[in-house]
Design a protein around this ligand. Structure first.
Ligand code: 7RM
Length: 635
């Protein structure tokens, strides 16, 4: 079992060890796992190439480390507690034995459909147990899962399937989300019109609504499982073989397929889970994220299950049937660790105290936050009303790219400070640089967050585009991993994340590229050009503000065109990318070389009316005043 740090002195000691001798440090942890063959070399790396290899030539299967390694001691312990959307529906509890059986069966199904090691499997499913079973079944046979959040549009799903050249799509008929039903299979059918690589579709029946079935291509999960054997020998993979691809937004239009490999990711997800949440045997842990995001991959599935933990998986939303749903779940299962996003906290805070007061929640020991900066007000509400003033909050900073938590308190061990992610995890060597790439050493500095040494959970490449991998993460500053986030280190050496320094915005914890949203808006036939920026939003953290230049207005007038822009964005990306505000303008503030000055647009979106700093490089400074007065009229 992974050693759990239990004191502040212990953390300092481990941290120092991890910096002084990272190979020895991680090797010791890796020895806790089950390998068919151990590595020849712990680490081989070069950020300039870039190339990162951990536990080189090690052979293993990650699911053996979840199942075979845990079954003897905890076969009858719940692995996954599944809570349905509707609290009156039947829940499902899968013990390690039961989950193992399902995973083996579905692994055999995948094999029977011709899926082999290295093949990509697209998964577009709501938060149902079959989603967990699917991803683990892929890992069992060495196939690479590429999970697409079920809130994305057909168009986004198709882009991801095409980029990964997935052979098969795993999905469901529909999805329940609060009081709504979403036609998942219909979206898949639409996406597949443009995806020639897909040979098969396997569909779980969740809502049992009528769906179109394409003979020869579409199969029912239940039919295939009925005849599948529950005996399956895990496929041996190399430590550096791909475990999964997960798409995330960057500062250009096209989402990046972040690649994680097997050995390093396994070690890192397991180690960080245990230490950050201070998970103890028998605890019930609940992460409210969707498995379609990295948080769900690392901290609903891999991290917890590698530790033999009980992980709660929730199908629904925090406000259904009312704003007390999370707290009812905490009480129903005596949840000990609860992990959510600031946007959920702010939304629930806005509903008022009545949904949280009197819930008690005596089982809670640790609260977690992830995805965006948590503002002080939300931090205190979470601490006082959810944690009843007695649970430490772990504000965990990390990214799809880091694979696991990189900067965070260890619960109850590292003293917290509202809005601070506090200190780096062992193995993480953060550096703060200025715009020229000069390291800002010491305390009380502010700049750009980079990491100067590899850690086992880090991404290895961008699928199909290693050059973009190099450009995005290793070319801004020499020999450093560039995170894209601004950060401050205070007088105590604590880290506070300030938000993105690139053209990525964070809306309700969903990461989005402004260029992606602009491309979707620009696809509208009446739009000439647009510029999208983030602005402070009470609930979402950041809202989306779109400045749009139209040629002519259609018959619907201003409102008509705004409505059709919203529809277009929903269709092209998904409802999560819909702008909160659209301002129709006659031109954008551009420099003489044609670059849009987003800095000015950001200020206008924030409500600034007068001071825009240096505007002398603008081609037409008059356009700024015009936009300001239009913005003032926008409600
Ligand atoms: C896990 C996840 C990554 C971006 C990252 C930050 C922001 C995440 C925090 C945070 C402040 C935090 N992966 N971010 N955690 N900002 N405090 N604790 O969210 O790839 O989807 O997003 O999210 O900007 O770069 S992600």
């Amino acid at each position: 079992m992974i050693n759990k740090i239990s004191t502040l002195g212990g953390y300092i000691h481990e941290y120092q060890k991890s910096v002084a001798n990272p190979r020895e440090f991680w090797e010791q942890i890796a020895h806790e796992f089950y390998w068919h063959k151990k590595w020849d070399k712990v680490l081989d790396w070069d950020f300039r190439e870039p190339r990162i290899e951990w536990f080189k030539n090690g052979k293993l299967n990650i699911t053996e480390n979840i199942f075979e390694r845990n079954l003897f001691t905890r076969g009858n312990q719940p692995a996954i507690i599944w809570e349905p959307n509707d609290p009156n529906d039947q829940n499902r509890i899968l013990t390690y034995n039961e989950l193992y059986r399902e995973v083996c069966k579905f692994a055999n199904v995948l094999l029977s459909m011709g899926i082999r090691k290295g093949d990509r499997v697209a998964i577009y499913m709501p938060m149902i147990p079959e989603l967990a079973i699917s991803m683990l079944a892929c890992a069992r046979i060495g196939a690479v899962h590429s999970i697409v959040f079920a809130g994305f549009s057909a168009n986004s799903l198709a882009d991801r399937i095409i980029d990964a050249e997935a052979k098969i799509v795993l999905t469901s008929d529909g999805a329940y989300r609060g009081s709504k039903t979403i036609p998942i299979k219909e979206i898949v059918d639409e996406a597949l019109e443009t995806c020639p690589s897909v040979e098969h579709v396997v569909m779980v029946e969740r809502t049992r609504e009528k769906v179109a079935v394409k003979a020869g291509r579409d199969h029912l999960w239940s039919d295939l499982m009925q005849s599948a054997s529950h005996e399956n020998q895990a496929v041996e993979v190399d430590s550096e073989d791909m475990l999964f691809i997960l798409y995330t937004s960057g500062s250009t239009g096209k989402p990046k397929g972040i690649v994680h490999t097997t050995g390093g990711y396994m070690v890192y997800a397991a180690y960080t889970f245990k230490n950050v949440f201070q998970y103890s045997d028998g605890d019930v842990y609940f992460c409210s994220a969707d498995i379609g995001w990295i948080t769900g991959h690392s901290y609903i599935i891999y991290g917890p299950l590698l530790n033999g933990a009980t992980s709660l998986m929730f199908e629904g939303i925090p406000t259904y049937p009312d704003g007390g749903r999370y707290w009812d779940i905490v009480n129903k299962y005596n949840v000990n660790q609860f992990y959510t996003a600031p946007t959920a906290i702010r939304a629930l805070m806005a509903l008022g105290q009545q949904f949280v007061e009197n819930k008690g929640m005596p089982s809670l020991k640790v609260l977690g936050s992830v995805g965006e900066p948590i503002n002080e007000m939300a931090w205190h509400w979470y601490h006082d009303h959810v944690g009843n003033n007695r649970c430490p909050i772990v504000d965990t900073w990390w990214q799809t790219e880091t694979g696991g938590i990189a900067i965070s308190p260890l619960a109850g061990i590292i003293p917290t400070k509202p809005s601070f992610a506090t200190l780096p995890m062992p193995g993480i060597q953060p550096v703060i640089v200025d715009h020229e790439g000069k390291e800002l050493a010491g305390r009380s500095v502010e700049g750009i967050l980079c990491i100067k040494f590899p850690w086992p959970g880090m991404l290895r490449t961008i699928y199909g585009d290693h050059e973009r991998f190099k450009q995005t993460y290793f070319s801004n500053y020499d020999n450093l991993y560039f995170s894209g986030d601004g950060v401050k280190r205070d007088e105590d050496g604590y880290y506070r994340i300030l938000g993105r320094v690139d053209d990525v915005i964070n809306v309700s914890g969903h990461r989005m590229g402004t260029a992606e949203v602009e491309n979707a808006i620009n696809a509208h036939p009446l739009v000439n050009e647009s510029a999208v920026v983030g602005y402070p939003h009470d609930i979402k953290g950041q809202g989306i503000f779109a400045f749009v230049v139209c040629g002519e207005l259609s018959t619907g007038g201003e409102e008509g065109i705004k409505t059709s822009i919203l529809k277009a964005v929903s269709k092209i990306i998904g409802p999560i990318a819909k702008p909160d505000k659209i301002l129709l303008v006659s031109g954008l503030p551009k420099t003489r070389s044609g670059k849009i000055m987003r800095r000015i647009l950001r200020k206008i979106a924030e409500g600034e009316t007068a001071s825009f700093g240096d505007t002398t490089t603008l081609l037409d400074p008059g356009v700024v005043n015009e936009i300001v007065s239009a913005a003032q009229k926008l409600k």
